[in-house]
Design a protein around this ligand. Structure first.
Ligand code: AMP
Ligand code: FE
Ligand code: FE
Ligand code: ZN
Length: 286
């Protein structure tokens, strides 16, 4: 009995449509799936409809990119149970997406100045929703500039890549205020990606609890047993919900399978039951 509370569709940088994603979740035998596209709500209505059609629970979500509180980096927060038409959140996403459009133009400029014959249109044609670096990676691959998606990130697009351009991000306080106001459940995504040791991670997590953080991603494709155990204990110690998901993106991350991650992932359905109990206790809809 397992679930997957972190997945991407063509509404952001995944390669399956929301319908295909939900269908795959059903075929995989999952009890529930959360659709959590980056900085967009676009895929949610279709995913919910597919959930009804295929008979599987779909939790409407999104993954927000935030500045870290000390401004030294970034962090991702998965928001679950986003209500229909969350005006405040949509306004924030509009601002983020406007920044993305400028950034995408900048990345094209940088790549072209480095001698690569890439066009904005070529990249944009690969995206159905928000355009992000994975679409650039696919275009670089098809232009023969790189031979793998990973190489595209390592050499060109990644944080140390030659054509890296930072992304416009929301400030944590503001983002959490919005998530609290709309009654979403907020989960710190892939905590290992913060690049902090466990002590520093815990310090940051405590700060985020002050903002309204509800839980952390304990089960994740890139977490080994030791990491899973450490985050599970951290969640228990701090009274946080435990969440988990694969971060499935389809063929741009071919080694990550929905619900199964790299093969060893198992996110117990029990976590979802606990989350619902928590929401009920707070008078929030499920
Ligand atoms: P962006 O939101 O445009 O900054 O792009 C970030 C996205 O790129 C992440 O959410 C991942 O989906 C993807 N990504 C980052 N590094 C890699 C990598 N090495 N291989 C494949 N996808 C990656
Ligand atoms: Fe992504
Ligand atoms: Fe993420
Ligand atoms: Zn993700």
């Amino acid at each position: 009995m397992s679930i997957d509370l972190h997945s991407h569709s063509t509404a952001s940088d995944g390669t399956l449509s929301p319908t295909e994603l939900v269908k795959l979740a059903k075929e995989t035998g999952l009890d529930a799936i959360a659709i959590t596209d980056h900085d967009t709500l676009q895929g949610i209505p279709e995913a919910l409809e597919a959930g009804r059609k295929f008979g599987i629970e779909v939790i409407p979500g999104s993954e927000l990119s935030l500045e870290s509180p000390d401004g030294a980096g970034w962090m991702h927060v998965v928001a679950l149970w986003i209500p229909p038409d969350p005006r405040e959140l949509q306004t924030a996403f509009d601002w983020v997406i406007e920044g993305r459009m400028n950034r995408n133009r900048e990345i094209v400029k940088k790549l072209r100045s480095l001698g690569i014959n890439i066009t904005y249109e070529g990249v944009a044609n690969r995206a159905k929703g928000t355009i992000g670096r994975p679409h650039f990676a696919q275009e670089l691959l098809s232009l023969g500039v790189v031979s793998t998606i990973d190489e595209a990130f390592k050499v060109w697009l990644g944080d140390n890549g030659r054509a890296y351009v930072p992304k416009r991000k929301l400030m944590p306080k503001k983002a959490f205020d919005i998530l609290n106001n709309i009654g979403a459940t907020s989960i710190l995504a892939h905590p290992f990606a913060l690049g902090l040791d466990l002590l520093k991670t815990e310090k940051l997590v405590k700060e985020l609890i002050g903002y309204g953080l509800d839980g952390i991603e304990v089960y994740y494709s890139e977490h080994d047993d030791a990491a899973t155990k450490a985050y599970k204990e951290m969640a228990e110690r701090l009274g946080l919900l435990a969440s988990g998901g694969s971060d499935f993106h389809g063929s741009v991350k071919p080694n990550i399978r929905l619900g199964k991650g790299k093969g060893g992932l198992h996110v117990p359905t029990e976590l979802l039951i606990k989350m619902k109990e928590d929401r009920r206790a707070k008078g929030l809809p499920i």
